[in-house]
Design a protein around this ligand. Structure first.
Ligand code: GPP
Ligand code: MG
Length: 291
């Protein structure tokens, strides 16, 4: 690592939690459960999905079954991005959009393909950035889709840069007040923030073993549903849509629990959703013009 890259890294990764988190993602490079799916069509996702799967595939002969399961997981993960594109509404090709926690770029490429807009992905995992940048070159959209090594709560962008921002299942890694303050800063007045997340149902439980097991697995801190709404309001982000898709989030985890690549986090997701201790939410909020 050069002196420049060391100082860039220490500007982006600010404390011991962020160091642990960065290490978790930097070390996660042979994640077949994401790589084998992405290789199917070049869209690499780091999020889950909603909606049912084709249950007849579970009856397929053993040697075909695993292939069909992975294909179906990939179909569901790709379709999940529709939650984001629908909630973004109609964006013109001139729009600028930020992807907070852009991973290997799956959602960024799909948002660009849908609207023709510019997308800036922000992520602090170096191998994800390099991977996504290579894909942007291969897809011929590197002039419109860029990936930045940066912390989504302290981005390098000017005030009011973006027409829209989204986070696709990444906000469990940040302090929501800090993140939403930053998003409100870089959004233009009237600009829209869309988030998809899993969160604790704080109208049911103050803590849950399932939520703790998921936190341990991904080195994250799952926030309460109320914390999301309060942090949005405190930062002048006014919700126009709140969808609770908890029930539809279950089948993806049922499907994944049949895969040979399952990682152990399947049961806590299934139990958390089934007990309604964990919720799957889509929220769209606009930046107030007087914020
Ligand atoms: C896990 O997805 C994703 C998160 C915990 C959200 C953070 C995402 C980033 C891009 C930083 P995964 O697809 O990596 O998990 P798994 O390997 O279990 O499928
Ligand atoms: Mg995955």
């Amino acid at each position: 690592m050069t002196v420049d890259s060391v100082s860039l890294q220490s500007a982006v990764i600010r404390n011991s939690y962020e160091q642990d988190l960065n290490k978790h993602w930097e070390d996660k490079q042979a994640d077949d459960i994401n790589l084998l799916l992405g290789q199917m069509d070049g869209l690499y996702h780091h999020h889950y999905a909603v909606g049912d799967f084709n249950r007849s595939i579970l009856l397929a002969p053993e040697q075909e079954r695993e292939k069909l399961i992975l294909k179906e997981m990939h179909r569901l993960e790709t379709e999940q991005v529709g939650l984001i594109t629908d909630a973004l509404g109609d964006l013109p090709p001139t729009a600028r959009v930020m992807d907070g926690g852009s991973g290997r770029g799956g959602t960024s490429f799909m948002v660009h393909d849908r609207f023709g807009c510019r997308v800036d992905g922000v992520n602090f995992c170096q191998h994800h950035i390099e991977f996504a940048q290579k894909l942007a070159q291969q897809r011929g959209c590197a002039d419109k889709v860029d990936f930045h090594y940066a912390n989504m709560v302290e981005t390098p962008f000017e005030d009011g840069t973006f027409d829209a921002i989204y986070t696709n299942e990444t906000t469990m890694y940040v302090d929501l007040h800090e993140a939403f303050r930053e998003f409100a800063r870089v959004l233009r007045p009237g600009g829209r923030y869309v988030l998809v997340t899993w969160c604790r149902n704080d109208t049911e439980v103050a803590a849950s073993p399932d939520v703790s097991a998921i936190d341990d697995h991904y080195v994250c801190h799952i926030h309460g549903r109320g914390t999301y709404l309060k942090a949005l309001a405190d930062n002048g982000l006014v919700p126009s849509r709140v969808l609770d898709l908890t029930e539809s989030a279950v089948p993806y985890w049922e499907l994944r629990s049949h895969s040979r690549l399952k990682t152990g986090v399947e049961q806590p997701f299934l139990d958390g959703y089934r007990k309604n201790h964990l919720n799957y939410l889509v929220i769209a909020a606009e930046k107030a013009v007087d914020a």
